[in-house]
Design a protein around this ligand. Sequence first.
Ligand SMILES: [Zn+2]
Length: 320
Amino acid sequence: MTRSTRQRERERETQQTSEDEGVRACPECSSEDLVKSSDRGELVCDDCGLVVEEGSIDPGPEWRAFNHQERQQKSRVGAPTTQTMHDKGLTTTIDWKDKDAYGRSISSKKRSQMHRLRKWQERIRTKDAGERNLQFALSEIDRMASALGVPRSVREVASVIYRRALKEDLIRGRSIEGVATSALYAACRKEGIPRSLEEISEVSRVERKEIGRTYRYISQELGLEMRPVDPKKYVPRFCSELELSEEVQSKANEIIETTAEQGLLSGKSPTGYAAAAIYAASLLCNEKKTQREVADVAQVTEVTIRNRYQEQIEAMGIHS
Ligand SMILES: [Zn+2]
């Protein structure tokens, strides 16, 4: 175990202990700065903006317009434009290999012509610092998205969020990396394949606290959804990483549904909640994984799994 891993582990331990000791903390970023929002009377995390205690209004389907499939359906001619390239993929790239379309080498006169053309194209491509920054942000989104293994649609959504933030002048005074990471974090949630702040900070160049803060600002300004994530959204990925069967998956979902109905989920970290249900389900289906194994995949502590597990099996009327 490296030093930084150990340190992170320790931080996680302290943060999650506070949750388990009944201190009111944000289930996503563990901050204890929770404030009542004046307009809706919700309990909101002051650091990452998560709505810790539900209000009743759902801001609704404003997002649908950015759906990738919809965009593709709307595009009638040519290849669909892509949001992840800073010029939306509309310019042509001239090959750097000095070959023509048939792969033959080209003459020196042609080559210098090509050279000039390429330079000129390059200048158009990155017209000013803003463009270059956008290009950098989008490549950061791409890099982090591949490291997280999220599908193309998530990158597209993240790029749209970033462009909106840029257009609304929200980047000013913040780091490009921070806004890019927050856009990706928001996009994962939007697309229903959430990554925890913990997971996202592992692949980002900025630390968790800054990601949380930037996310809060961006989502408030852009009116993005900030409800807690449904733990069931984590179940398929965690189960597949643990090589658990479909049966365990549906059992875990059943545990989550049943216990959440009894109010057990309120204020709890969704990753820890999912992890405990998966652990319980693996026992019930005779595909036992250790708490350590599940904790590693879900990036939570074993203490959290143990506590959530106890509460869940009690609520289910199962005795260990
Ligand atoms: Zn928070």
